[in-house]
Design a protein around this ligand. Structure first.
Ligand code: FES
Length: 145
């Protein structure tokens, strides 16, 4: 098992796919390989985060920074700035009207999510939906147990 220092969650929902998220996954993987980061940073395609109008949506963990309208041509800058230098890509960070983009602005700090109580989709945007170990780590099957 490999431990990664960062996970890049790329929305693979219908809305984001139609605005180019599949190309993002390919470009991220190519850039990570080129920069020697493939064993440190993992790209995960997820289900819909719910904020489709802001797509393609990308969330970077562990800090949970929420990026919106990320395009294939942004990926090189994204890898150079966020992953290599540890600086957010300010112009891509999602922010509510009247607020400045800020580092560490996570999904739960955004107005759209702040007023929601997500039940069935509470892990969407948090874990790899195709990895059962991540689901169990987030109390999956707890009620069955
Ligand atoms: S399809 Fe990406 S947020 Fe809904």
């Amino acid at each position: 098992m490999n431990f990664y220092r960062s996970h890049i969650l790329v929305c693979g929902g219908t809305g984001c796919t139609s605005s180019g998220s599949a190309k993002l996954v390919d470009r991220f993987n190519a850039q990570l390989k080129e920069k020697g980061l493939a064993k440190e940073v993992r790209v995960v395609k997820t289900g819909c985060f719910g904020l489709c109008e802001a797509g393609p949506v990308v969330i970077v963990y562990p800090e949970g920074t929420f990026y919106s309208h990320v395009k294939e041509e942004d990926v090189d800058e994204f890898v150079a700035e966020h992953l290599l230098k540890g600086r957010i890509v300010r112009h891509l960070v999602y922010h509510d009207k009247g607020e400045q983009p800020e580092a560490g602005k996570s999904l739960n700090d955004i107005d759209f999510y702040r007023h929601q109580t997500r039940l069935a989709l509470r892990n969407c945007g948090v874990i790899d939906p195709e990895n059962i170990d991540e689901y169990i780590a987030f109390d999956g099957y707890m009620a069955l147990g």
